[in-house]
Design a protein around this ligand. Sequence first.
Ligand code: F6P
Length: 370
Amino acid sequence: MKKILVTTGGGDCPGLNAVIRGIVKAAKNNGDEYEVWGSIEAFNGVLNEPQRIVRLDEEAVGGIHVKGGTIIRTTNKGNPVDFPTQLADGTWTTVDRSKELIDKIHALGFDAVINIGGDGSQKISQTLFENGLNVIGVPKTIDNDLSATDYTFGFNTAVQITTDSFDKLVTTAESHNRIMIMEVMGRDAGWIALHTAIAGGAEICLIPEIPYNFCDIVERIKSRYEGDTGFVNIVIAEGAKPVDGSVVGEAAKDAGDAHVKLGGIGNVLRAQLENSGIEAQIRTTILGHTQRGGTPIAFDRILASAMGTKAFELVQNKEFGRMVAFKNNDMISVTLTEATEVYNTVSLDHYLIKTARDLGIALGDEGAVC
Ligand code: F6P
């Protein structure tokens, strides 16, 4: 019997469980010569003592494709290359435990690892592969910022959640003649904001890729009011920033967690607008982690299931060092190096940027002077 270890790392994402179920079902239905196991909280289940590794059989994964989160848990503090470690004086540092991890995985008798995670996790996959581990990557992130795949599962669920929220804010904006600012996730890539703005019918959409000119926002707001009557709905990505400003957030507090915690640009914009003499009432809604929770929509369940079964196929064919990818309506694979070399941000010549402009959505680069 051969053994596969599955891990989920980084932020959670609707569809993770459907991938896990896809791997287990494919293993069962293709000869039954593989056992699938899960490491609890990414690689921490292997590295920490006592180890936490669970058997994933058909019973364990029954019906989980409809469930959000991940049944094997996740962490953003489990990078084996930069592993958080407490020193004798109580302070924290990070150490490289990747070799130790590979030895432990081999000692446990695993033939292959399927690492489900975003850009950071797939860079870890590449390092482990270079050091002798048989790894397959499966791309995960609600941000859709991995260029090797047209879509990551979870992204379209996030867009459905943000669009549902946006629709609710439109009716209350209209009733009160208000300006509603809705802040969505998207650290470096504005895909969630752009899709939501188009799906919902926003007047203004601000994304990290286009530092915004404040006067463009004021102009667009003015164009929507006749006297006191009118309303405006703005979508802003958490990673957006003004032309002459910077992103809003705070440094991560935990050792091993590399990311700045973004959030609050919607409130900064509200204050700026209030100070600019705009008379309409302004409210900000920050959707935060609601965008990552709950049931995946059907599209993401299908995408995640197909990615899981494809990952098993790659293991079976011993095509290690590769990541599953959904390209041109087909399930393919690319090398982990290709998978992580280009970050998928919104390019200004993307067709949805043109769509947004044609729909009259201000993107903050119209060049107004005030
Ligand atoms: O990468 C996915 C993501 O949801 C980003 O959009 C967001 O900036 C980040 O994760 C939040 O991370 P955390 O859950 O650690 O606060």
